[in-house]
Write a protein of this length. Structure first.
Length: 228
């Protein structure tokens, strides 16, 4: 366990994450659009095509979205999305084949994405890094700002990599967590790539010395005087 703690700490230092919490869009209106919809009276589900949900800096787009009932509801609702699902959250994005979203009090509370794989990205401007992750399942807790990657989880900042069965990334607290109880007996695998060595300046050529003196051209031969 001590070895695992040191490795995790080393990775956190290597990533150098400096994310900041974005203001929650508590009072922002929700904008919902769809290309078409179909209501099934037998199942009491409504299916929307080319759906888009936007609230502040959060948005969800997908080829298809489905919810129970006929009235679009975000007060307390469970949505299922499929086909090119993209979920934008403060400073990050989830991409997947399928996803489920849970809304409470007219806000996104939780999103569960799945794919082969589902992916996650976050741009950390102050560190000038982009954090990329992927796994078969990604669970996003909007209230805590935590992304939980499970089953073949991978996370990288472009220079350093970590692989595990389960990884938790705290977008607000700038923490990466890999709990031993979730690793199915496997060890955490961390790859830390050293930065490239600084290039040494090329040696400068010595300044040219004074030019050697040039020899005087030989004198032209004189003609002999003529005799009378």
């Amino acid at each position: 366990m001590a070895s695992f703690t040191r490795n995790a700490f080393a990775l956190i230092c290597a990533l150098g994450l400096q994310a900041h919490a974005a203001p929650k869009p508590a009072s922002a209106p929700i904008d919902f659009t769809a290309q078409s919809f179909e209501f099934d009276y037998k199942t009491n589900f409504t299916t929307f095509k080319k759906v888009q949900i936007t609230q502040g800096n959060m948005s969800i787009t997908a080829d298809q979205g489905q919810m129970k009932g006929t009235a679009v509801n975000f007060q307390d609702s469970h949505w299922k999305f499929s086909g090119a699902v993209k979920i934008l959250v403060p400073a990050g994005a989830l991409n997947s084949d399928e996803a489920q979203a849970f809304f409470a009090n007219n806000q996104l509370a939780r999103a569960m994405a799945s794919g082969k794989p589902a992916t996650f990205q976050q741009r950390v401007a102050k560190a000038d890094k982009t954090v990329n992750g992927h796994s078969e399942n990604i669970d996003y807790d909007a209230g805590q700002g935590i992304v939980h990657l499970t089953t073949d989880a991978y996370l990288s900042d472009g220079q350093n990599e970590i692989r595990d069965q389960s990884l938790k990334y705290d977008m607000i607290g700038q923490r990466l967590i890999a709990e031993a109880s979730e690793q199915r007996g496997q060890r955490v695998h961390i790859i830390i790539t050293p930065p490239p060595p600084k290039s040494q300046p090329a040696p400068q050529a010595p300044p040219p010395g004074p030019a050697p003196p040039q020899a005087a051209p030989p004198a032209a031969p004189q003609a002999a005087p003529s005799t009378p």
